[in-house]
Design a protein around this ligand. Structure first.
Ligand code: ADP
Length: 273
């Protein structure tokens, strides 16, 4: 059934997602963890110093600065604020990632909501950031050409799944080309008003492209050209259902071998669907 298909696709993209997210979260957590030890040690020496000061302050000759090793002072003045603000940046990053994960947690949502679709695109990009960054030596460039759009009445979790599927395919298509055949590693995302009541989202990649024979079948359930274990062939058929049936929109593909692929997604703003 459709529900089972959605569930199975959700599970298969979850595996690779979790690996990327674990990696993303691991860096800031290790950084924060390592520095907490540092900060604790210095806090302890400051407290010792205050103790010492309280014991000695009767002596007129006592000068607190004689007791402080200059390296300690340097640390408190220069390094500590820097370390604390990097730790805060790391914690912020983890918060962002967790927020993005929440966006993906409900595919079977019952209610439509007015949303800024750019948030969904950005969440998908954030979750894929590790793959984008670690591509060969150069990384994959994500070029954004966003327009100011009104809110779109939609099932946000479902729409996010569509962005995730298409962006994942775009990365796969770029990765599938050998270095000698790949001139640029770029994914371009464009958003536009199409008419007064429709938005258009274009997602283009400079990857392998498709032959007409492949292109004709991409929306078929279980059609995949990827190796066993990698592709389920469900991503685009589910994306089609989500856009065309659930949102009364359209999804089109323009592709040429060696040139790359472009997906056009049209969605009506309001659901007189
Ligand atoms: P899967 O990614 O699991 O194979 P999909 O339904 O998402 O399933 O895609 C079906 C097939 O469409 C892919 O196996 C691939 O051959 C082709 N395809 C999809 N997107 C692209 C793309 N951006 N570039 C080249 N081929 C693509």
């Amino acid at each position: 059934t459709q529900q089972q298909l959605i569930q199975s696709e959700k599970m298969s993209s979850l595996g690779s997602l979790v690996a990327g997210v674990a990696h993303e979260i691991n860096n800031p957590v290790n950084f924060i963890y390592g520095n907490i030890t540092h900060v604790r040690e210095y806090t302890k020496s400051l407290l010792d110093l205050i103790d010492l000061y309280q014991q000695e302050c009767q002596h007129t000759s006592f000068e607190i600065k004689d007791c402080i090793e200059s390296s300690d002072l340097e640390f408190v003045k220069a390094d500590l604020p820097k370390i604390l603000s990097s730790m805060q940046a790391g914690a912020d990053r983890i918060r962002q990632i967790v927020l993005s994960l929440r966006n993906f947690s409900r595919l079977d949502e019952a209610h439509m909501k007015p949303v800024d679709i750019h948030h969904g695109i950005e969440s998908a990009l954030l979750l894929l950031q590790q793959r984008l960054k670690s591509f060969r030596n150069t990384g994959i460039d994500a070029i954004k050409d966003y327009s100011k759009l009104p809110l779109v009445e939609c099932y946000p979790g479902q729409l996010n799944q569509v962005f995730m599927n298409i962006l994942t395919n775009a990365i796969d298509a770029i990765e599938s080309l050998p270095e000698t055949k790949l001139q640029r590693a770029v994914i371009t995302i464009q958003t536009r008003m199409l008419s007064s009541d429709r938005v258009l989202i274009k997602i283009a990649d400079t990857g392998s492209g498709m032959t007409p024979v492949v292109k004709a079948r991409i929306f078929d359930p279980f059609f995949t050209t990827k190796p066993v274990g990698k592709g389920t062939g469900l991503g685009l058929s589910i994306s089609y259902q989500i856009i065309v049936e659930h949102h009364k929109g359209q999804i089109k593909c323009i592709s040429e071998p060696g040139k790359g692929t472009e997906f056009h997604i049209e969605i009506p703003l309001w659901q007189s669907r």
